[in-house]
Structure formats: structure tokens, C-alpha cells
Design a protein around this ligand. Structure first.
Ligand code: ADP
Ligand code: MG
Ligand code: ZN
Length: 597
């Protein structure tokens, strides 16, 4: 596009020039002599002037001088003054004030405005059809070390992710040392986590720490409108990167590029597919020993094409999770360094007040507080500004459904504590590892993490029942404490029901059905498609199955409720602890239980 519109500007300039030339030519056809006013008066007195036409500023006319007819022009001068001037023999002439400025405004300016508007529109258009002329020359920006002065100190609250990346930094600093020993270096590292948790920042910090060039591109930049350009861009990027090795290629928002192929149907996504294929080819083709490390970030790993996640590609995943209270405190400290705040800022309290916020929210919070202080003409930001900023941001985020309010947090805390307490009270359940009420993903508001101690191939009936009871413990706790239940349990219910269904239909574990298998998979033939699923058991059996399933669920729910009733004080203490710390370890709950016993 670039070349194209420059070309057209020349057309316009040539056009203007041609018009001027033409004007000049026409003017020369009527050669007009410009004479001073006094001379005009002399001619007039001499009887040379034949005819004149008077306008506001000018007098034009014909005269005969020495037998030759001439067209003349003179600028008008005030007639009364002129008689006086004549008396005193002053040479005088009229002068038209410069019209340059007027001309500039009346037509040079508009032309420039037109050119401006036209240029702007061309630019817009070229933006839409990205790179019509740039032909895949890629837009990867190279941030050299000195420009990119982000270090690990600027990224806080994500210690686990940092630990995983230290190895990469060591490698980039001294690739030779690693390859000599034959060590295998990860090719592709995928940073996974919710928006605003610092994934982009972390990638920059890796580059900053290791002091290597950093090629950064966003996934959407790859997806060009014209077929084949995205792929060309990928190729180009890798060629550039190999020349600059050791270096980092960072693809931000990989999901824009790496959505699973084949979904979304229709054409139009061909281009993205080609680009993605090219990326896969390049990833397979390069040897990590040359020192190029590929990093990418996404907040939607579930929609990525599985081919991207295969071994040898983005096989190392680094979780960049929402920060807990400690993490938030550290992040706040990082950002507080950039502003002038009073000494007695209570960072702990701020961390307390900001559950669910991510790094980007906290950075925004600090900035917002600073702005408030400016508005209040303060020299330093103090706690009152921070508190107000927190309130503003929370109100904003609640609107966006990104933060859960205090009331809901309490429900979530009791719910999760319910799961944990039931699990801890029943034998044969997986040990509780961690409970958290930091929201994860879109659906889960909290989670109880149970880690099996060993691989299991068989499950006993009692274990399955215990598992169901554990799943129902969340809802049971809600009912017990609040006398009301919430929608938060839907995933638990679906999992519990699945287990119960399998027990009845597949494992022959129900009393009234006995040892039968009722879950034969129906292969629907081509002709059967769309018909209701056929079963090989009677209506009556179907009813019994349904009744069995709900019986199992009901019994286990009562059991969970009983357990929680008998340990209500532990439930309360645990929930309070959880509300305070947001994340507690299994050990801590076990300690609570022992105290109560
Ligand atoms: P993401 O890429 O995960 O969406 P970014 O890296 O773009 O998030 O973060 C946006 C901004 O938020 C950063 O520039 C930084 O100011 C702030 N931020 C986010 N996470 C952190 C963190 N862990 N530590 C310090 N600042 C952070
Ligand atoms: Mg980002
Ligand atoms: Zn639950």
C-alpha cells in the first residue's frame, strides 16, 4: 500500500503544476503592462488612454502610445490625494497588498486538507487489508536488552513460574555449557494463566534477565487477510531469529493463531490454518541447540490445537496463576516503588482488601491512588487514597463479574471446607492437599485439591460412596451453615451423579439391580441417526435405575451432613481461616481436626 499512495500524491502534484502552467500561458496571451498610477495620470492627460474599466482595486484599459495599442493595468489610488501628490511631484503608485496569505487559505490549504483526508483514508484501508504491499515482512519488534529493562524483580507473586523459568535463563546465558553436556533444552514454553497475571511481563523478564534479543509478536498479527502472508511471516520470523541466536521468540495470545484446526467451519480460516501449519513446521525444524527459545502466552489453553502441545513443541507449560494474599502484597510493593507514597502504607491491609485481583488490577490500583492524590493536591499518596482506589476498582470489577463479593466468598469458603472436612473424615479418600477460594477459570470459585497417594486401578464400593459423599460435602456445608443452598454445587452434583450411575449400570453395585451390566454402548448406524437411543432394558428397569441413583445420592448426602454436623466447630474455624488466608494446606486442617478431637 505504501508505494501505491505515494505514487498518487505525485499525480496530484503534477496536476497542480499543470494548472499553474496553463494559467501562466493564458495570461501571456493578453500581455498586460502594469504601470504606476502617476504614469497612468500622465497618459491620461496626454490623451493616450482610450477606454478603461474600473474595479475596486484596479483600473484596466487600452491606450495608444506612439501608434501602438497597449493593454495596461494600474492599481487605483485615492484620487484626491493624487492631485496633491502631483502638485508636489511625488512619484506615486498603487499597491495591492500581498494576497499570498489569502491564497494560502483559500486554496492551498484546502488542497492540503484534502490530501490529508485522503491519505488518512488510504491508511485506514491499508490497515484493514494488512500488508497488501508489505508482503509478509514481519512486524516482530526486537527489544534489545538495554531497551528491555524488565527483570524478575518487576514480576512478583508468581514464584513458582519464575522458578521454572530460571533454567531457561541459564541456558540462554550460556547455551554452549548446556549443549556440551548433551542436556535437552525445552523448545517451547507456554505460559498459561488468566488475563493480567503477568504473562507478557514474565516473558520480557526472561529476556531481560538473560540479556538476549526478544522477538515479540501477537498471535493476531500473524493472521493476515491475504492467504499465504501469515505463513510467510512465520518463516521470516524464524530466519531472523536464527541469525540473532541466542534469543527468544515470544508469541503473545497464541490462541488467536493456534485455535484448534477444523473448528469454526467454513473457509476464511484457511489462512490461520496455513499459518499454524507453518509454525508447526518451523518448530519441528529448528534445533534448540542454536539457542532460539520459543515462548508463548495464552489464557485459553483449552482451545489450542492439540498439535501445538505435543512433545517437542509447546510441551512445557508454566502456570501463571492469580496471586494469593502474599503474592498480592509483593506485587503491590513492586508498584509502590514507582510512586511517592507515605511511609506508613499498610500493604498487608491492601492485600487483604483485594481478593481476586491480578497483577494488572493491582498496578491499576496504585496508579489510581496516585491520580487521586494529585487531584487532592497532596505531595504524597497516603492510605486514604489507596482505600478509595480499592473501592472504585472493586466496583468496576464486580460489574464485570470478575470479583466475587464478600457474601459469596463466605459461601465458597464454607462449601470448600465442607468438601475437605468430609474427605478428611472418611477413610479411603484421597488426602486433601490444598483448599483455595481464589477463583480459577470461569466456572470454579474455589477448589479443594485432593492428590491420590498412588495410582489406582480398582475402586471398592465403599471408596466410591465416600467419593460421592465428599463431592456432596460442599452443598451439605452450605445447607448446614446458611440454611440455604447455592448454584455453586452444580459441577459436584454432576460428578457425583456420574459415579452413582456407573455404580448402578456398569459395576453392578446396587442392591435392587444386582450384578448386571446395563451400559452397553449403542452404535448408532447411519440409518438410526436422530432416533431416540434404544436401550436393551425395560421401562421398569429404567425406573429402578433412576431410583437407585437418587437413593445413593440421598444417602451419601445425609452422611456428609452428619459428618459436618458433628464437626461444626472445625467447619467454622476452617472457613474463617480460609477467608483470612484464601489458601490453606491440608496439614492445617488436619491440625484443626486434631485440636478439636
Ligand atoms: P498478561 O499478559 O498476563 O495478560 P501482563 O503481563 O500484560 O498480563 O500484565 C499487565 C501489567 O500488569 C504489567 O505490565 C504489570 O504492570 C502488571 N502486572 C501483572 N502481573 C504482575 C506481577 N506478577 N507482578 C508485577 N506486576 C504485574
Ligand atoms: Mg499479555
Ligand atoms: Zn464443590
Amino acid at each position: 500500500m505504501e508505494k501505491h499512495h505515494k505514487f498518487s500524491i505525485w499525480y496530484v502534484l503534477i496536476g497542480i503544476w499543470a494548472v499553474l502552467l496553463l494559467q501562466n500561458y493564458i495570461a501571456s496571451m493578453y500581455r498586460v503592462e502594469i504601470i504606476p498610477y502617476s504614469q497612468f495620470l500622465n497618459y491620461l492627460k496626454g490623451g493616450n488612454v482610450q477606454e478603461i474599466a474600473i474595479t475596486e482595486n484596479e483600473i484596466q484599459g487600452k491606450m495608444k502610445v506612439g501608434g501602438e495599442e497597449k493593454t495596461f493595468k494600474t492599481v487605483r489610488v485615492d484620487p484626491e490625494l493624487s492631485t496633491m501628490l502631483e502638485q508636489y511631484h511625488v512619484i506615486f503608485k498603487g499597491k495591492i497588498e500581498s494576497t499570498l496569505l489569502r491564497d494560502l487559505f483559500s486554496w492551498v490549504f484546502p488542497i492540503f486538507i484534502f490530501i490529508g483526508i485522503w491519505y488518512f483514508m488510504m491508511k485506514r484501508m491499508s490497515g484493514q487489508q494488512a500488508g497488501f504491499m508489505t508482503l509478509g515482512k514481519n512486524k516482530a519488534r526486537i527489544y534489545m536488552e538495554n531497551e528491555l529493562n524488565v527483570t524478575f524483580n518487576d514480576v512478583a507473586g508468581v514464584d513458582e513460574a519464575k522458578q521454572e523459568l530460571v533454567e531457561v535463563i541459564d541456558f540462554l546465558k550460556e547455551p554452549a555449557r548446556f549443549t556440551e553436556l548433551g542436556g535437552k533444552i525445552p523448545k517451547g514454553i507456554l505460559l498459561v494463566g488468566p488475563p493480567g497475571t503477568g504473562k507478557t511481563l514474565l516473558a520480557k523478564a526472561v529476556a531481560g534477565e538473560s540479556g538476549v534479543p526478544f522477538f515479540s509478536l501477537s498471535g493476531s498479527e500473524f493472521v493476515e487477510m491475504f492467504v499465504g502472508l501469515g505463513a510467510a511471516r512465520v518463516r521470516d520470523l524464524f530466519v531472523q531469529a536464527k541469525q540473532k541466536a541466542p534469543c527468544i521468540i515470544f508469541i503473545d495470545e497464541l490462541d488467536a493463531l493456534g485455535k484448534a484446526r477444523g473448528v469454526g467451519g467454513m473457509s476464511g480460516h484457511d489462512e490461520r490454518e496455513q499459518t499454524l501449519n507453518q509454525l508447526l513446521v518451523e518448530m519441528d525444524g529448528f534445533d534448540p541447540k542454536v539457542g532460539v527459545i520459543l515462548m508463548a502466552a495464552t489464557n485459553r489453553p483449552e482451545i489450542l490445537d492439540p498439535a501445538l502441545l505435543r512433545p517437542g513443541r509447546f510441551d512445557r507449560h508454566v502456570l501463571v496463576d492469580r496471586p494469593d494474599k502474599m503474592g498480592r502484597r509483593e506485587i503491590l510493593k513492586v508498584h509502590l516503588k514507582n510512586i511517592k507514597a507515605t511511609r506508613d502504607i499498610d500493604v498487608d491491609k491492601l492485600a487483604d482488601m483485594t481478593p481476586g485481583m491480578v497483577g494488572a488490577d493491582l498496578a491499576n490500583l496504585v496508579n489510581e491512588a496516585a491520580l487521586l492524590a494529585v487531584r487532592r493536591n497532596k505531595k504524597e499518596v497516603d492510605m486514604s487514597e489507596f482505600e478509595e482506589a480499592v473501592e472504585r476498582i472493586i466496583a468496576g470489577l464486580e460489574k464485570k463479574n470478575r470479583l466475587i463479593n464478600k457474601n459469596e466468598r463466605e459461601i465458597v469458603a464454607y462449601h470448600e471446607m465442607g468438601h475437605a472436612l468430609v474427605a478428611l473424615s472418611l477413610p479411603g479418600t484421597d488426602p486433601v492437599h490444598k483448599i483455595s477460594i481464589i477463583p480459577r477459570g470461569i466456572a470454579a470459585l474455589g477448589y479443594t485439591m485432593q492428590v491420590p497417594t498412588e495410582d489406582r486401578f480398582l475402586m471398592k464400593k465403599t471408596e466410591l460412596l465416600n467419593r460421592i459423599a465428599t463431592l456432596l460435602g460442599g452443598r451439605a456445608a452450605e445447607e448446614l451453615v446458611f440454611g440455604d443452598i447455592s448454584t455453586g454445587a452444580h459441577n459436584d452434583l454432576s460428578r457425583a451423579t456420574d459415579i452413582a450411575k456407573s455404580m448402578v449400570k456398569e459395576y453392578g453395585m446396587s442392591t435392587s439391580m444386582g450384578q448386571v451390566y446395563l451400559a452397553h454402548e449403542k452404535r448408532l448406524g447411519f440409518i438410526d441417526m436422530g432416533l431416540p437411543e434404544k436401550t436393551d432394558y425395560s421401562e421398569a428397569t429404567a425406573e429402578t435405575i433412576d431410583r437407585e441413583i437418587s437413593d445413593i445420592i440421598a444417602t451419601q448426602y445425609e452422611r456428609a451432613l452428619d459428618i459436618l454436623k458433628s464437626r461444626k466447630d472445625v467447619l467454622r474455624k476452617g472457613a474463617a481461616l480460609l477467608l483470612e488466608k484464601e489458601k490453606i494446606e491440608g496439614e492445617e486442617i488436619r491440625a484443626l481436626l486434631e485440636d478439636a478431637a
